[in-house]
Design a protein around this ligand. Sequence first.
Ligand code: DQA
Length: 148
Amino acid sequence: KNILVLNGPNLNLLGTREPHIYGSTTLADIEQAAISQAASSGASLSFYQTNHEGALIDRIHAARQEGVDAIVINPAAFTHSSVAVRDALLGVDIPFVELHVTNVYKREEWRRKSYFSDKAEAVICGLGPFGYKAAIEFVLDHMKERAK
Ligand code: DQA
């Protein structure tokens, strides 16, 4: 399997960003763990973070050419705003898991609105950095292969 993990704006600040909310684990820690987790199952995993909506869309488009089987995405603030990123995921027709480090239902009311959840295979929130591990394990071991 070929897995792509995508992270939206401000997630490069994980570990230093509002640590009372987001914790002290950095995105580099999460990336390292994700790559070795996939490798130990014989899968390959690419990890990408951007603060730019267009760059995220371009990366999603490239995933189709690369034969990516599944995407794990933390759209961050784009969760609540981006029709364009939603449309990119639907456009490439690659199944995806939506992931949030925090429990978005325990926070501001407007964080409950997601442009992704109704199309996601699964939605994970509030597990902290463990959410990435859970999402990747789900994709590796439990998500059905897409008919090609
Ligand atoms: C987030 C939750 C979003 O509401 C927020 O804008 C983020 C991170 C999370 O991982 O908990 O940037 O996606």
